[in-house]
Design a binder for this molecule. Structure first.
Ligand SMILES: *C/C=C(C)/C=C/C=C(C)/C=C/C1=C(C)CCCC1(C)C
Length: 267
């Protein structure tokens, strides 16, 4: 009786296996990256660049002096979070042919505040910075992202949501171009920090402008986001290389320069 039972179990599992074969084959044929799938390739290539950047930033914390370590760690966290998202977005893209914007926003809600913190951290490495600077940068970021999200998700009409998001971004720009953060940089920071600060805030203008431009063409020109999705994804992916990896490299270079300066002064 037991034997019969075990034989029938074997048969049942073989049938189940055979039944699953075509499913496996279908799944395999849709989850492989195609050589002409440029969106998928850009997700994959940038995932690797983000992983490499993460290893680099974490390892280089060994090389810079104490107060700069935090800045490099934060750069590494940004690329780590983004790399994880890119792996997942690539997977979703090649299995469904879609890239829901919600994944971008999950990434942004973590990485953009971290990027903003970098302005506070590099100034804190050289002088005492009031916490108001930190809070204003954080609040500006949240207003910008929540505004964009409720517009893209359809909770609020696309235009008003866009305007609220833009106001959040302008609030950040005010802080780093004319507000307290900018003044601290101009009056307290050594030359290397000042020039890094200036390049970083240019990235916040030019590199970041790519995302609201994408929102504009995706939601405010009358055509559906689906039509512009392919080019939009490639553009967003390249923008992230500038805004996450290059941004981190600028911080790394000032951290190394300031560490070497301090060491030279001691001699
Ligand atoms: C690493 C990811 C980054 C730096 C993402 C940045 C995202 C933005 C700067 C988004 C900006 C937007 C506006 C300024 C208006 C509303 C729509 C958004 C959220 C796309």
């Amino acid at each position: 009786m037991r034997k019969i039972f075990s034989i029938s179990k074997k048969i049942a599992s073989s049938i189940a296996l055979i039944a699953m074969l075509p499913i496996e084959a279908i799944a395999a044929s849709t989850t492989v990256l195609k050589p002409n799938d440029f969106v998928g390739i850009s997700f994959w290539a940038i995932s690797m660049a983000l992983v490499a950047a993460t290893a680099f930033f974490f390892l280089e914390t060994q090389r810079v002096s104490g107060k700069w370590k935090t800045s490099l760690t934060v750069s590494g966290l940004v690329t780590l979070v983004a790399a994880t998202h890119y792996f997942y977005m690539r997977e979703v893209w090649i299995t469904t042919g879609d890239t829901p914007t919600v994944f971008r926003y999950i990434d942004w809600i973590i990485t953009v505040p971290l990027l903003m913190t970098e302005f506070f951290l590099i100034l804190s490495a050289i002088t005492k910075v009031p916490t108001g600077v930190f809070w204003r940068l954080l609040i500006g970021t949240l207003v910008m992202l929540v505004g964009g999200y409720v517009g893209e998700a359809g909770y609020v009409a696309a235009w008003p949501a866009f305007i609220v998001g833009m106001l959040g971004w302008f609030f950040i720009l005010y802080e780093i171009f004319v507000g307290e953060a900018s003044k601290l940089n101009a009056t307290q920071a050594p030359a290397s920090v000042q020039s890094a600060f200036k390049v970083m805030r240019l990235i916040v203008v030019i590199g970041w402008a790519i995302y609201p431009i994408g929102y504009f063409f995706g939601y405010l020109t009358g055509q559906g986001p689906a039509e512009s999705m392919k080019s939009l994804n490639i553009i967003y992916n390249l923008a992230d290389v500038l805004n996450k990896i290059a941004f981190g490299v600028i911080i790394w270079s000032v951290a190394v320069a300031e560490t070497d300066n301090a060491a030279a002064l001691k001699k």
